[in-house]
Design a protein around this ligand. Structure first.
Ligand code: BTN
Length: 259
């Protein structure tokens, strides 16, 4: 598989700096280190040709075979002028940017956002997003994105093969990772700018793509389990669950089961 066209990324992706690694454990771990720097250029891209110890939410790991797209974007929300109360929307916004790029590349596929931060294609996970803050410099955000592009699931661990997918598996042809990366970065930065406002013009866009809509799900919020039928996502990015006690707005947590 070809590596990346770095001059093209520099030219087209509207970044302040790029750090490229032919091989690295985790771009998020490296991005968290870089985010400690007082003179951090923003946005900063940490990009890997190959990532061998990718981290996911909680104790999850992220598998990325050769040809996957794994990167982290370090941003300073203060510089982007969006207030802290909008930070919880960053995961959904990132997922939406990936979803919109995928929709234009595989127009016949069903592209959905699994609240708050996964993207599914035809019922299988294609992209995972890990949003982190950096220790003592909490005013920086690290957006880690793993997107299966040319890393066909046929070479993945067996337990992933039936639950995940890659663009090459959906379209039966390879994609230019540089082109996909630039498209995601452009769209992401465009959508993040909307978080500076008082209203959320993206609410309809993530509702239309809600993978959990109408499904009975179990949400784990720091060990507290809530089971309910998903009624969608509200304007502020909360998952709405119809439980025995009525509709609950869930702002955090992990969907631990789809029943
Ligand atoms: C999840 O599905 O739980 C989130 C997975 C996030 C994976 C990406 S790959 C690039 C970045 N670096 C990491 O170590 N993790 C994120």
């Amino acid at each position: 598989m070809n590596s990346f066209d770095l001059p093209r990324i520099e030219r087209d992706a509207d970044l302040a700096a790029i750090e490229f690694h032919a091989r690295i454990g985790s771009t998020n771990t490296r991005a968290v280190e870089l985010a400690q720097r007082p003179d951090l250029p923003s946005p900063l891209l940490v990009l890997a040709d190959e990532q061998f110890a990718g981290r996911g939410r909680g104790t999850n790991q992220w598998w990325a075979g050769s040809g996957g797209l794994t990167f982290s974007l370090v941003i300073r929300p203060d510089a982007a002028a969006f207030p802290r109360r909008n930070w919880p929307l960053v995961s959904l916004t990132t997922a939406l940017s990936v979803a919109q790029v995928l929709e234009s590349r595989v127009p016949h596929a069903a592209v959905r956002i699994k609240w708050p931060n996964d993207v599914y294609v035809n019922g299988r996970k294609i992209c995972g997003i890990l949003v982190e803050t950096s220790g003592n410099r909490a005013e920086r955000l690290i957006l880690g994105i793993g997107l299966n592009v040319n890393n066909s699931l046929s070479s993945a661990p067996i337990e992933l093969q039936s639950i995940a997918t890659a663009l090459i598996d959906v379209a039966a042809r390879p994609f230019d990772r540089t082109e996909i990366l630039i498209a995601v970065l452009q769209r992401l930065q465009q959508l993040l700018r909307t978080l500076a406002g008082e209203t959320w013009p993206l609410a309809d866009a993530w509702r239309q793509r809600c993978y959990l809509q109408g499904r009975t799900v179990q949400l784990d919020s720091s060990g507290r389990l809530t089971t309910g039928v998903c009624q969608g996502i509200d304007d502020e990015g909360a998952l709405l669950l119809l439980t025995d006690g009525g509709v609950q707005r869930c702002l955090g947590g992990v969907v631990s089961r789809i029943l």
